[in-house]
Design a protein around this ligand. Structure first.
Ligand SMILES: [Zn+2]
Ligand SMILES: [Zn+2]
Length: 446
């Protein structure tokens, strides 16, 4: 069959079932759950798939589920993903009793993923494609609620805070050649889509300076002032800033979370938190080394101890240029060629664990409009169901068709042109190496 005919049938199927798709998104919206707790949301997705007569693999990473289609077909495998977790924003009018709300539009992504699945499956488009597709409802994208996740880590139930990181670690993406998903964002002036986006990666840091307490009035000379170590360290960090290149979008944030106990005792225990973000892995590691040097020198100057607990968060995202351009053509067709309503590139300073995947396999991550208010705030809401839910479902479905039609010629080009930054093994090693506690003792320098 002609490719355009297959695409047409797929789009018709999505259009015919639009109420069903939008309702799935609304149901998830009404049941917001935080990462690795998405029990109801997983069930909503699994039931949707089961109603289509599909086999569902449940609780793939604590929560989440997956459906594989065209399993026996030879050819590349594409993963189409939707994230399940909500954020917390008590001020949002639709937040539940514990403040959970889909303020990042993940309910829209999941419904979009279901729409893509429905279109491809019900139209029989898959029959004409030379490759496999996994539809994955992924847990835990937002890096929040960390105490709970730390508990899961300690119980051995997860290795990573991020759901996609966990899927990678568990081998669920080992046979996946490329991945696709979208976020929704408030785009001004009727814009419908940002095709390509870069996001920053980050390392979270907890820092403890240990000194010696003494009477601040009577015997400050007998103490080692941990607060002085911390303030020197912050100044040292500030002295690094001119070395960060503009294009690396380095952000170093540091706060003192405990500055001492009482004012007439020289502080002996001071705690800080810091975050190092950057647009490339290299820049992130470079900036983090400088920050660690700055922290050590603060401690060294006063002869204190410093403990630095580094935890690597998410890696920077860079979507694949071939996938971007196939998607761009498709979305343009769906919005009647309105070039002005497409934004080609945006560099975001925020982060997502989809970035981790983009270091290893080709990834597509557009931002779609149809929502108002800023992400993660009380004002975030859907303003246009058709754009938010259906446009990405359709655009991604026909992008899958483009990639896998004609002996998966375009998918083959995506794979052969892609130069990974990391292999999976390198990635896991890198994550381990950069989640580490450093202890420096300078008390003997006194
Ligand atoms: Zn978010
Ligand atoms: Zn998100």
């Amino acid at each position: 069959m002609d490719k355009n005919q297959i695409k047409k049938l797929c789009l018709e199927e999505i259009e015919k079932n639009k109420e069903l798709i939008i309702n799935a998104g609304k149901k998830i919206y009404e049941n917001p759950e935080l990462g690795y707790k998405e029990v109801k949301s997983t069930k909503i997705v699994a039931d949707f798939f089961k109603d289509m007569g599909l086999d569902v693999e449940d609780n793939i990473a604590v929560t989440g589920c997956k459906v594989s289609v065209n399993k026996d077909i030879t050819g590349p495998k594409i993963a189409v993903m939707g994230e399940l977790d909500s954020i917390v924003c008590h001020e949002h009018k639709d937040s539940n009793e514990i403040g959970n709300i889909h303020g990042c539009g993940h309910n829209i992504q999941v419904a979009g993923m279901l729409g893509t699945a429905l279109g491809l499956i019900k139209s029989n488009a898959l029959k004409w494609l030379s490759g496999k597709v996994d539809f994955i409802a992924v847990p835990a994208e937002e890096c929040i609620d960390l105490e709970y996740r730390q508990g899961l880590k300690e119980k051995g139930e997860i290795k990573f805070f991020g759901g996609k990181q966990e899927l990678l670690y568990r081998g669920l993406l080992d046979d996946v050649d490329m991945a696709m998903m979208f976020h929704t964002i408030n785009l001004d002036n009727d814009k419908k889509c940002i095709v390509k986006s870069y996001t920053n990666g980050f390392i979270s840091k907890r820092i403890t300076f240990k000194g010696v307490s003494s009477h601040a009035g009577a015997a400050p000379h007998e103490g080692i002032n941990a607060l002085n170590a911390a303030t020197l360290a912050i100044n040292n960090i500030n002295a690094q800033r001119e070395t960060f290149k503009d294009e690396d979008k380095v952000r170093v944030s540091a706060i003192i979370t405990h500055g001492g106990d009482i004012v007439n005792v020289v502080p002996s225990n001071v705690k800080m938190e810091a975050m190092v973000r950057a647009a490339t892995v290299e820049a992130m590691i470079d900036a983090n080394k400088k920050v660690n040097r700055a922290l050590q020198c603060g401690a060294m100057a006063v002869g204190a101890d410093v403990i630095i607990e580094d935890c690597i968060g998410y890696l920077p995202m860079d979507s694949d240029k071939n996938m971007d351009s196939i998607f761009r053509n498709n979305i343009l067709e769906l919005i009647d060629g309105e070039e002005d309503n497409i934004i080609d590139v945006v560099r975001e300073a925020g982060s997502t664990d989809f970035g981790d995947l983009s270091q290893i396999i080709p990834c597509l991550h557009p931002w779609i409009g149809g929502v108002s208010g800023s992400l993660h705030t009380k004002d975030y809401s859907i303003s246009n169901d058709e754009i938010a839910y259906l446009l990405p479902a359709k655009a991604i479905a026909i992008t899958v068709i483009d990639l896998l039609f004609d002996n998966a010629k375009l998918a083959g080009k995506v794979i052969s042109d892609f130069e990974p930054n990391l292999t999976k093994d390198d990635y896991l090693k890198f994550m381990d190496e950069n989640t580490k506690t450093y202890k420096y003792d300078f008390t003997d320098m006194i």
